[in-house]
Design a protein around this ligand. Structure first.
Ligand code: ATP
Length: 366
């Protein structure tokens, strides 16, 4: 099923939860809404499911407006953050509850369908168990089986992993992704966790204060953020305001940040077709622009644009170490391979470190 939101706004009194949100989710796509708390993710999902109606705009399933269509008639499966299983029903009865409005797909018996779904979520034989006797991750898989039982055309997942510990979350999200692609069901996933969004999605929409900041595949959004908000929300980033000094004949830009001058390339890496439509920066000397450089693009060896700062924080992360430099009052995050540090693998607080980045490693924001 293809899902479309056309200029959907939702207001509660004078508060605007969604401000003209337009999105298009393709058949079979794993599409994620990501953004900080209060940005409107859940409201968007509730408008799609039919628990809320938009103040303005339309939600369309395969081109057809869903205005006035109640949730149970939309053919949508929903999994919420809190498992919401019925404690007085067995696991099997919980899954069968998902079939209350529909015949079992394929004309199988209800019990067969329940068994089939429990097998799909890797809980074969759990029919007679009480939900209380299951772990959090298992309960969420039962909730997923219940949502999938009627064979929905659209699956909506609202922070389904957020109550689980990191290890379980990691495992469950791989299972969910696997099941989703096996079934090919169009899926909208809500999370505030940007790393989770990058890991599982075909495409993501980054929301901020009820608006869509950017839609793209994970690599596009990570490497070519359109706005400062996206640059800073998706992964860690160093964002610099600069003044254009010149446009050398040889191409690129020379920009000043404080007392330093950097060469930036305007050549952009492309990720899929939507990237081609992005405009090149046409900033002229004297104008300001904003660019970002990822912590992992700042290197101790090499990189023609050099930054010298004082180490003010170090964080050991296993394979890498995250450093913070004070560069004339500006905080700069740097990720280095741990062995590239001092002889004993440590970076000393208060010592000076020089790092560099290549012109192509900088990305100019729109
Ligand atoms: P979270 O990650 O914290 O769940 P979210 O991105 O899902 O946040 P929403 O729950 O969609 O955000 O809320 C978006 C905005 O709309 C928030 O400012 C919220 O306070 C407001 N809002 C949501 N529901 C209502 C309501 N029923 N009445 C009034 N305001 C609401």
């Amino acid at each position: 099923m293809k899902l479309q939101l056309d200029n959907v706004s939702k207001r509660y009194g004078t508060a605007t939860a969604l401000d003209s949100v337009s999105l298009s989710v393709e058949e079979g796509e794993f599409f994620t809404l990501v953004g900080p708390s209060g940005c409107g993710k859940t409201t968007t999902l509730r408008c799609i499911a039919g628990f809320e109606s938009p103040t303005e705009g339309a939600v369309r399933f395969d081109g057809e407006s869903m205005a006035g269509v109640p949730p149970e008639a939309r053919g949508v499966g929903v999994v919420f953050q809190n498992y919401a299983l019925f404690p007085h029903l067995t696991v099997g009865e919980n899954v069968a509850y998902g079939l209350r409005f529909t015949d079992t797909p394929g004309g199988n018996s209800r019990d067969d369908r329940v068994a089939e779904l429990l097998e799909l979520v890797d809980l074969a034989g759990f029919e007679d168990r009480d939900p209380d006797s299951l772990s959090g991750g298992q309960q969420q898989r039962v909730a997923l089986a219940r949502a999938l039982a009627p064979g929905p055309d659209l699956l909506l997942l609202d922070e389904p992993m957020s109550a689980l510990d990191a290890r379980l979350r990691d495992r469950l999200r791989r299972q969910v992704k696997h099941i989703q692609s096996e079934l090919g069901v169009t899926t909208v996933y809500v999370t505030h966790d940007q790393s989770e969004a990058l890991a599982v999605s075909d495409r993501v929409a980054v929301l901020n204060r009820g608006r869509v900041e950017q839609v793209g595949n994970p690599r596009e959004v990570y490497h070519r953020p359109r706005t400062r908000f996206v640059a800073e929300f998706v992964g860690e980033n160093n964002v610099f305001d600069a003044v254009v000094e010149s446009r050398p004949e040889t191409g690129g830009l020379r920009v000043g940040v404080g007392d330093d001058v950097f060469a930036l390339s305007e050549g952009r890496r492309t990720f899929g077709k939507s990237a081609a439509s992005q405009s090149e920066s046409s900033a002229a000397p004297g104008e300001t622009l904003t660019f970002c450089v990822r912590p992992e693009a700042l290197r101790i060896e090499g990189g023609m644009n050099r930054i010298r700062g004082t180490i003010v924080d170090t964080e050991f992360q296993g394979a890498t170490t995250r450093l913070r430099l004070d560069w004339d009052g500006t905080d700069v995050a740097v990720t280095v391979d741990d062995e590239s540090g001092r002889e004993d693998g440590r970076f000393e607080l208060g010592s000076t470190l020089e790092v560099g980045f290549d012109p192509t490693a900088a990305h100019i924001l729109e």
